[in-house]
Write a protein of this length. Structure first.
Length: 482
């Protein structure tokens, strides 16, 4: 046979290339947001979409679109409202933008479900927008969904009404009636923190028109008293203890505070407990006498700490709006308290103002030449304005400034916290002279001066008359000269 020719170098190189597998081309990695449809939707989602499409195709009337233009309006409204709220938080919302958002909320109220209604209420309340008609329009849609509302949603509704000072008896009674059933028959109880916040809201709204609910809520709170730690004990408002609790719950709560040493551990403020101690000492003598000795010692410890700490233990005045990008009134108030604690009594740099109306009253007194001090500590409270009697320098005249946010919305009734403050200041021996917002705001600058000057003059004349009567009594008791 024919002898085969030896393979050349080129043939061997081609054989190697043919035998080698082709190199794998590395596929570009997919970004997390570019996954396929199968990774985005589950089989159940795809099955639901298929069933819905088939039902529409088999409809005798033809294909019916599920596109809802109203849903787009609602979505756009929430986007605008959330963006405006994030931008304006920290001050009271005003201006044409909020007028437009308020009008939109009124028009869309009947298209919102309960969760959306609560969110709209929360967003408007967080910037303290003043529109009583808006809140009534939103609350008017709540009865349509109240039977399906969860306990958390009912609690949120009560807290929003308390935050906005909406003491609407019908809506409060409706909410607590359904909340009673949720508390009694629900297998999952409310979280402890939410329970305390709801209790504070009920006390702020003065919800005592349904004795059955009040009794059951107090019993439920007492049953879960062991869940309260030092932080939650400090969160309980004095109004709830004084106006809402029964004696049995008061004893259980005070025992729990003494057991966890509330206010003395964990760095939680003692302000509310100091106010509770004053109220119990001045108004609940029989209750304090019946408490165990260790609870009485705890209350004495709270009182001693309040007397020692002074400005660090006073109740902080409520501000118009919470802190945010547009303002930090709460932080400024804390700084003013620290500055006042560090200054001498003769230095006016330590003035503490609770509101813009308080500043206005102080400016008018300064213009009249009346010496005064803003934010004078007495017990657990700060008195707004303490002016000197210019005729009798040893006497003082106390002005109490009741700003617009100290009244229930749409009424001339002071909120429960403010009335408790006035009552306890009276127990401490102070006579308060009220400067109410509905009397002050309509006045011109000159009329404001006249308003304050009239109060000042009346009290100075009263003090002078008291001194004259005392002098006459002393002369009458003096022995006759021989």
């Amino acid at each position: 046979g024919q002898r085969s020719r030896p393979s050349s170098r080129r043939d061997r190189a081609q054989a190697v290339l043919v035998a080698a597998p082709p190199p794998e081309v590395e596929k570009p990695s997919q970004a997390p947001g570019t996954v396929g449809r199968q990774a985005m939707y589950t089989d159940q989602d795809l099955q639901i979409a298929t069933t819905e499409a088939r039902s529409k195709a088999e409809n005798p009337g033809g294909w019916k679109s599920s596109f809802d233009e109203a849903a787009l309006h609602v979505r756009d409204f929430f986007q605008d409202l959330r963006k405006s709220r994030d931008r304006e938080k920290g001050r009271q919302a005003t201006g044409p933008l909020w007028l437009h958002l308020s009008a939109q909320a009124k028009n869309l109220a009947d298209q919102l479900n309960l969760q959306q209604l609560l969110e709209v209420l929360k967003l408007f309340c967080s910037v303290r927008y003043e529109d009583y008609e808006l809140y009534m329009r939103l609350l008017g849609e709540v009865p349509h969904y109240i039977k399906q509302a969860t306990a958390e949603q009912l609690c949120q509704l009560l807290r929003l009404m308390a935050r906005r000072r909406l003491r609407e008896r019908n809506y409060v009674d409706m909410a607590v009636a359904h909340l009673l059933g949720s508390i009694r028959f629900s297998e999952e109880p409310l979280p402890s923190r939410l329970l305390v916040k709801t209790a504070n809201a009920l006390a702020a709204l003065e919800c005592r028109s349904q004795p059955k609910f009040v009794e059951h809520f107090n019993r439920h709170f007492e049953h879960r008293i062991e869940e309260l730690d030092a932080e939650l004990c400090c969160m309980v408002s004095p109004v709830f203890l004084v106006n809402y609790m029964g004696d049995a719950l008061r004893r259980a709560f005070l025992k729990r505070c003494a057991e966890v040493q509330a206010g003395f551990s964990g760095g939680f403020p003692i302000r509310a407990l100091a106010c509770m101690e004053l109220a119990l000492r001045k108004e609940q003598h029989s209750l304090v006498a019946s408490l165990p000795p260790f609870v009485v010692r705890y209350l004495e410890k709270v009182r001693a700490q309040t007397d020692f700490d002074k400005y660090g233990s006073v109740v902080m005045p409520t501000t118009v709006a919470p802190d945010g990008p547009r303002g930090d009134d709460r932080q400024e108030l804390s700084v003013a308290l620290l500055r006042k604690a560090a200054t001498t009594s003769s230095n006016n740099a330590g003035d503490v103002f609770s509101s813009e109306m308080h500043r206005d009253v102080s400016a008018c007194l300064s213009h009249l030449g009346i010496e005064h001090e803003n934010g004078v500590v007495t017990g657990p409270y700060l008195m707004d304005v303490v002016a000197k009697d210019m005729v009798n320098p040893s006497r003082r005249i106390v002005y109490e400034v009741n700003s617009p946010h100290h009244f229930y919305e749409g009424t001339k009734a002071l909120v429960a916290e403010k009335r408790l403050r006035h009552r306890l200041l009276g127990r401490l021996g102070h006579t308060l002279h009220m400067v109410n917002a509905h009397d002050w705001r309509p006045l011109s600058a000159a009329a404001k001066m006249t308003f304050l000057l009239k109060i000042q003059q009346e009290q100075q004349d009263k003090h002078s008359e008291e001194y004259k009567q005392k002098a006459a009594a002393n002369v009458a008791r003096a022995p006759e000269a021989a």
